[in-house]
Design a protein around this ligand. Structure first.
Ligand SMILES: [Zn+2]
Length: 411
């Protein structure tokens, strides 16, 4: 039995316990409460004292691309999204297997250090499955699918099925599919993936409603995306715009009925918000990546008011400074009027729900998986604990996933 204690314990956003502790038995949480009431002085009891820190449920990053870590600081912040995509595609053209592998390894380590215990990663190659399997992180690895030629649907689907069947999932590794975006996946391929998801229950995520360019592409077939697709030689012959805004388009393809994780949703109408709500889809909001591209304010509050489940993602280091969900919370605290308790909910409970794991992670509860992190706070701060948590100087010092200590800087 391990007892982890600290000055504060926040088992869920509504509850803060001073001098709190969690007891961990194997991979699960046994009990939590005040340290004095939990300690038993049993023979097989190890106490980890984290001191002036707040123990939280492990943070959940519901959107990242770890295999792009080596592109950190290679592309400057821009409001020209298609130019960014072109630069990324160009940089990756020269990449070898080692570049992807070292990116994923670097990313996994950064996530663990920053208190992330569960993540949803997009895999542009097959490496992510094998590499991330070795790390003690809980993860859903979504295989990225990009193909704009409707004639290729059967070949692509056969390849995906073979690839997923070759990946052995376990307690910490789950798999899913990520048809990339409406401008990089044909309508026919979206439809085939939606049918497969319906049959097999495979989790789906897709980038959607990310830019005004995407709306122009889908509704009128004009703008920067046709230019980009021609540059990349990916513009299908005789292609016609579907004539729908992004969420309506996903409904048309059947994707919206698979409870998908919708990445971004930066530009959506009220009608589309109601549609997301009625289908129980989830939204991944990536605040600092959103700023990187200079978008207008994200409709996160509207989505929350509509009762939609929104979690937080960092996106990749090609459009962000760090892979820390705590940094995303601090950014939102300073730039959006969202309360610290709501931010904690987005980063834990909502993230778990978006990945269909709300019955085992996202809160510190008896019988839940022992996924924890601890944030060191300053000694002199007098503000309330929730505000202290989001002070610029706070930092993760401890990460535990399924009862295994993955990171401990408390000493
Ligand atoms: Zn992304």
């Amino acid at each position: 039995m391990i007892i982890i204690r600290a000055k504060y314990l926040i088992p869920n956003p509504e509850n803060c316990i001073e001098n709190g502790a969690v007891t961990v038995n194997g991979v699960k949480i046994d009990r939590f409460g005040k340290f004095d009431e939990l300690k038993t002085h049993g023979k097989n009891e190890t106490i980890i004292d984290l001191g002036n820190a707040v123990i939280l449920p492990g943070l959940i990053n519901i959107h990242t691309h770890l295999d792009l870590c080596n592109l950190h600081n290679r592309v400057k912040p821009t409001n020209n999204f298609t130019h960014w995509v072109f630069q990324i595609a160009g940089a990756k053209l020269r990449w070898k297997d080692e570049d992807y592998i070292s990116s994923i390894e670097k990313g996994a380590e950064i996530c663990i250090e920053s208190g992330t215990t569960t993540l949803a990663d997009i895999a542009s190659t097959g490496h992510s499955f094998a590499i991330l399997k070795k790390y003690p992180l809980r993860k859903v690895v979504f295989k990225e699918i990009i193909n704009t030629n409707p004639d290729n649907v059967n070949d692509v689907m056969n390849k995906i099925q073979t690839e997923l069947s070759m990946t052995a999932t376990d307690n910490l590794l789950h798999t899913g599919l990520s048809p990339h975006a409406p401008y990089s996946v044909s309508k026919e391929l979206y439809q085939a993936i939606a049918q497969m998801a319906k049959k097999t229950g495979t989790p789906i995520c897709t980038h959607i409603a990310e830019t005004q360019d995407e709306i122009e592409f889908l509704t009128r077939g004009t703008g920067n995306f046709p230019i980009l697709l021609k540059q990349l030689r990916a513009m299908p012959n005789n292609w016609q715009p579907p004539g729908f805004t992004p969420i309506l388009y996903l409904k048309e393809t059947g994707i919206l009925s698979s409870s998908p994780l919708l990445i971004h949703c930066n530009y959506i109408t009220d009608e589309e918000i109601s549609m997301i709500k009625s289908t129980n889809a989830n939204v991944a909001f990536c605040p600092r990546s959103h700023r990187f591209f200079g978008h207008t304010n994200h409709p996160v509050q509207k989505l929350l008011d509509a009762g939609i489940n929104v979690g937080l993602g960092t996106d990749s280091l090609a459009s962000n400074d760090s892979l820390s969900i705590l940094d995303e919370m601090k950014f939102l605290f300073n730039n959006y009027s969202i309360s610290p308790k709501t931010l904690l909910t987005l980063a834990t409970i909502n993230g778990a729900k978006a990945l269909n794991m709300e019955s085992k992670v996202g809160q510190i509860r008896e019988g839940f998986q022992a996924d924890l992190c601890a944030i060191r706070i300053s000694n002199s701060h007098t503000d309330n604990i929730y505000n202290q948590l989001l002070d610029v100087a706070t930092k993760n010092i401890f990460t535990m996933v399924a009862g295994t200590v993955c990171y401990n800087m408390s000493l």
